[in-house]
Design a protein around this ligand. Structure first.
Ligand SMILES: [Zn+2]
Length: 564
């Protein structure tokens, strides 16, 4: 009777854990996708005095014609095969950039054009389909009286409202299958001939080739060569020695296609700057530094909420007071950020702020203060989950130490099986780059859930074998021990869920389920999501697993020998 009750409780607990994990997975996913953050309304001007209005020119600054070209999905390695870019690197600035995570197009476009990474802009996925809340180079150029022209995919209008800001736009729909960069470049050249002096061009074809065939493919190589020819026409038509060029991708691509995660070829990208005011130099920077750098070179104010700053090493001069203006703005941002994140204490007794690294230090200290406080607040919740998970193992051990040893062996087998499939067979990482297309997300998660059930079934078979080996004369289910053998399966599945629960508790302590002022570390966040999916799927294993342990008990040579 006791075994039947334990069996029923085991299956019920497994179901409750699965339901909770499913709810938590949905909640956490939506928190990242729906994150908007508290920064869009930040008021840097409280700290530094009002930034001069955009229509008052930066004192002493030249305002050269400026051409910004974003080549979507171009890897750093591929960019070094492009003769046009290599020629510009030979005289201009060659910058190694790091893109933010998630390394998806909309978050990275927004970072590049505003200097505000996803944490600040609130643009965390390509499902963001409204006007971006932070100021961008488009707003700055328009507000400063420049003749802005934009050529690229029509998403630029949805996100940045460019058609209301420009004197001319050529927006093409984002559809695969035809090469669009040639047409986009033609439009840009004609806008320049008609007097546009701040051009933004976005070339989408390389990203399409990356998704279709991967960055290591012949198709990608050919597309890169074709885009280089388009770019070469653009540069030849506009380079009059008085034009500034800034050319960079949003993110790279994996050799077999995909981006979104943290992999080197995806997040280690580049920017090339050339023209008046650019020093022949190389530097390391972040994608969020591009917009302020372009602003200084163009003799404009930087976008207000840029977390990045103009890259000093690539600036031949300050372009009048433009570099100073960017530093003053960046001070205001850093102080407002620190105050928002960690409260007024974070900006008390700071001393003087002289350099970029001073500002970085102020923001990093605010981050760590807040994270520390958040983690302290989350200890009880994480501890409670951890205690429940360990309690499950303790109850199994109290019912039967042999069952606990068997179940723990099952946990080891489960993890070996599931993780071998995940890392070795499929070659996945804990990374958003696992989905080359959004349409693959559902099937990815479904397949992991099926594999969790399969791995748990194998784990239950092993658990039953271990149990049989531990008993001197094991009795089979047909000798009145049916409930015990069934309960062993339920206990094994529950033990697997409990060990996953401990890992989930660790993540909840470290990053929490909700996103209030920052995104979690997305590598661990991805693991956390996969862990929750496994706990969810294992409710299915709580039905299949007991059947497996029962059958092993029924047909095991030692239980049959014991019968005779
Ligand atoms: Zn893409």
């Amino acid at each position: 009777m006791k075994r039947w009750i334990l069996l029923a409780i085991g299956i019920a607990c497994s179901g409750i854990a699965a339901f909770g994990a499913m709810r938590l997975a949905t909640y956490s996913w939506n928190q990242v996708v729906g994150y908007r953050g508290p920064f869009a309304d930040l008021d840097p001007e409280r700290f530094t005095g009002a930034r001069p209005p955009l229509d008052s020119p930066v004192p002493g600054a030249n305002r050269p014609r400026t051409v910004v070209v974003l080549i979507d999905g171009l890897t750093d390695a591929a960019s070094r095969t492009m003769p046009t870019l290599q020629r510009m690197r030979a005289t201009g600035a060659d910058v190694r950039l790091t893109a933010p995570e998630p390394s998806l197009s909309y978050p990275c476009w927004t970072t590049a054009f505003s200097g505000a990474p996803p944490q600040i802009s609130g643009v965390t996925t390509n499902w963001y389909e409204e006007r971006v809340k932070v100021e961008t180079l488009f707003d700055v150029a328009h507000g400063s009286g420049r003749r802005l022209a934009v050529a690229g995919p029509d998403d630029l209008d949805v996100l940045f409202g460019v058609s209301q800001l420009t004197s001319a736009t050529a927006l093409v729909p984002w559809e695969e299958g035809e090469h669009r960069s040639g047409r986009i470049v033609d439009s840009a050249i004609s806008f320049a001939r008609r007097g546009a002096d701040f051009l933004v061009v976005l070339l989408p074809d390389v990203d399409d080739a990356g998704h279709a065939a991967g960055a290591a493919s012949e198709r990608y190589r050919k597309t890169v060569a074709r885009v280089d020819a388009d770019l070469s026409r653009l540069v030849a038509a506009l380079d009059d020695g008085k034009t500034v060029f800034a050319i960079f991708p949003d993110h790279g691509h994996l050799p077999d296609g995909g981006h979104g995660g943290w992999e080197e070829p995806v997040v280690r990208t580049f920017a090339v700057f050339s023209g008046p005011g650019v020093r022949h130099a190389s530097a390391d920077a972040r994608l969020e530094d591009v917009a302020p750098t372009v602003a200084v070179l163009a003799g404009l104010q930087s976008p207000r909420l840029a977390r990045g700053m103009a890259i000093e090493t690539v600036l031949a001069d300050g372009n009048g007071r433009a570099r100073d203006a960017d530093f003053v703005r960046a001070c205001g941002f850093a102080l407002a950020y620190a105050r928002e994140v960690a409260g007024p204490q974070a900006v008390a007794n700071l001393g003087s702020l002289k350099s970029r690294s001073d500002l970085e230090r102020v923001m990093a200290r605010a981050d760590s203060t807040r994270l520390h406080a958040d983690r302290r607040d989350r200890v009880p919740q994480a501890l409670a989950l951890g205690v429940v998970a360990l309690g499950v193992l303790a109850v199994i051990g109290l019912a039967s130490w042999r069952a606990l040893v068997a179940a723990v062996s099952g946990v080891a087998v489960y993890n070996a099986a599931f993780l071998s499939l995940y890392f070795l067979v499929h070659g996945y990482r804990w990374s958003l780059s696992a989905f080359n297309e959004e349409s693959q997300i559902q099937s990815f998660f479904n397949a992991r859930m099926l594999e969790a059930i399969a791995a748990a079934t194998v784990a239950c078979v092993v658990s039953a074998l271990v149990y049989a080996a531990l008993r001197p004369r094991p009795k089979g289910p047909q000798d009145g021990h049916a409930a015990g053998w069934l309960a062993l399966g339920a206990a094994t599945v529950l033990a697997i869920q409990a060990v996953l629960g401990l890992q989930i508790a660790w993540f909840l302590w470290r990053w929490g389920a909700s996103c209030v002022w920052r995104l979690p570390d997305l590598r661990w966040g991805f693991k956390y999501d996969v862990d929750l999916l496994q706990v969810t799927a294992l409710a299915g294993a709580a039905i299949v697993g007991p059947a497996a342990t029962y059958l092993v008990g029924r047909w095991h040579p030692r239980t049959r020998a014991a019968r005779r």
